[in-house]
Structure formats: C-alpha cells, structure tokens
Design a protein around this ligand. Sequence first.
Ligand code: SAH
Length: 366
Amino acid sequence: MKEKTGAAAAGTAGSETAAQETKTDIKSLTLEELTAEVIASGEKPFRAKQLYQWMHQKLARNYDEMTNLPKTFREKLAREYTYTSHTLVERRVSAVDGTEKYLFGLSDGNVIESVLMRYHFGNSVCISSQVGCRMGCRFCASTIGGLTRNLLPSEMLDQVYAIQRLTGERVSHLVVMGTGEPLDNYDYLLRFIRLLSDENGLHISQRNITVSTCGLVEKIRDLAQERLQITLALSLHASSQEKRKALMPVAYRYELEDVLEACRYYFEQTGRRMTFEYSLVGGVNDTSKDAEQLAKLLEGMNCHINLIPVNPIKERDYVQSEQRVITAFKNKLEKYGINVTIRREMGRDISGACGQLRKGYMEQAQ
Ligand code: SAH
C-alpha cells in the first residue's frame, strides 16, 4: 500500500534512517489516497478531508496546529507518517523590485532555493524541483555540484506554502525554473502539479503553471499525453545542433529536430502554446545570423520566445550580450513575425540568478 502511493520512501536518496524510509510522506498523498488510508486505520472518512485541508489550504506546519482533529488521531499520524516542513534559512528582499529569495532547509540537511516575484498580475513563485541537477548546462550555477536527489512532491509544495505563509499574500502563479530538471523528476512533478491545482488545496490554475525543461524528448511526449493545461517552456539557447551541444550537454542525447518535433506534439495534444527560452550569451549565440536561423527553425510554430540575457556566473567566463545586440536580436525575430519578449531581470541585488544564492551558501558552509 505504501508503494502504491508513490510517495513512500521517496526521499531515500539522502541519509534517512531505515525506520523513516518505511513511513509514507503524508503531504504527497492525493485526497483519494489519504481517504483510503484514513478509513483503513479505522477513522471516519471526513477526517481525511479535514486533514487534507489543514495541509493544503491552511498550510499547517505540523500536526499540532490541526486543532479540530482529536489528539489521539494526531498522535497516530505522527507515529505513522512523515510530515515535511521547510525551515527558513535565509530570506532576502530586493530593494529594487520587491523580489524575494528564500533558502529553505530540508529534513535531511539539504538546502534549496526558491524565489517570489511580484507582478501586476499576481505573485509568482519559482521553485526548485531537485537538490542540484545533472544536466550540466554550461552557463548554469545549479548544476555545478551535480545532482544530490529528487525533491518529493511535498517538498515542492512546501516551497509555495512557506512563501504564502511568510508573506501572507496569495501565490497565483508558479514556474518550475529553479534548480533541477523537472522532467528528470517526472512522477513527483506530476503529483506536485495535481496537488497544487487541486480544488481542495491552493487551487492554482494549471494555466498559471509553467514547467521549464532542457528537452528530455520522451518525457515531453509523456507529458503531452497527461493532457494538463500547463505551459511548457523549452530551453533552446541555440539554433543549431552544434551550438546547442556547446552550451547544453543534453544535446548530445537528442537531435534538435527531435526536440522540436516533441514540442509540436505537445502543442497538438494540449493546445497549449509553447514557450522557448533563449539565453543570449555574448559572442556565442547572439548574432544576426543566429536570430535568422532561429526564426527559420521555429517557422510556422505557434510559440513565444523568451530572451534571457545570460546571468554571468563566476565559474564560467560567459558574458551578457550588449543591450543593442539584444534589441537587434529581438527586432530580427519580430521581423519574421515571431512573438518575443526580453525577460526582465528581477532581484539582481539579491543574487537573483539561478542557483547563485544556494551555491554561495554551500560554499560558505564548507
Ligand atoms: N532544467 C530546466 C529548468 C532550469 S532553469 C531547464 O533547463 O529549462 C530555467 C532557465 O534558466 C533555463 O532556460 C536555463 O537554461 C536558464 N538559465 C540557467 N542559468 C542561467 C544563467 N546563468 N543565465 C541565463 N539563463 C540561465
């Protein structure tokens, strides 16, 4: 039964003890699964809904806060299930645009990073999907130490829940663009999305959820068949296979044409317009020829391109393109009728770039 939930023993890549491994992670269960567990333990079914609401709507940090549940029931839960809750390690607020960066501690001592961005349309949270990452993109700070482990569905939820609790403001949008490759943690990612968009939880619309991937072809195709209403963002970063290989080792595994074919399939199956992310790296992928090639590559696709001026990290010598080069690149794409935006840099004064806050923290801790 524990295996069936898919959430038991999930954090075991870390250092948990054998006793903990056998416990089910309660916050990763769907209401249906939770109800079955509660009934099997001899409790009334309505207790499951109360419990679920405490976890996913009232965002309780522990069983003690669940005051309308009998104490004996809460004690039983504490004995039989693990209950994840992040500790706040650091919170930085940008003086420039109100962006907030969080470092959260997990129960096994790992640390992850999440970001809150305030937009006119609402509050958007950027979460991590793994502790570290094994994709190896050349310009990215999150991948330098490799992958430690997957995050549980509950540990992805907790990033949103902790931020909503700490700010007292509703989170309406979510992007999975923090540390990790979400499609490398596919099953837990799906479970997380379903829990987050569940009407008995925070009920964040799937249309307000974006998942960003470096392009794992089989997983994109699987995701297309889940018929979710989320937006898929593909990290493209180059308009030819050769250039992509130089920036993203994952390109050695998949041909660019196969990646794009999977994206077209995603659109066909879901009706959701694709987003392509293109980090502009000075002198590497930002010429007018690159723009032209990119426009031709995406010709006829219903898509949107998000240009990201690369955020230089100290371990590599990549530099940002000059402002006029960025503008010229955008104009060129628009000439071809492509929908394009330049990503506004948020929270620059607080180590806003991917994985930099966590990395700085880990280096200090060593
Ligand atoms: N693994 C996912 C999510 C990662 S981060 C993916 O690859 O899409 C989200 C986006 O930020 C990706 O497009 C990633 O390539 C980009 N990115 C990472 N580090 C960056 C940097 N230093 N400057 C600009 N973009 C970066």
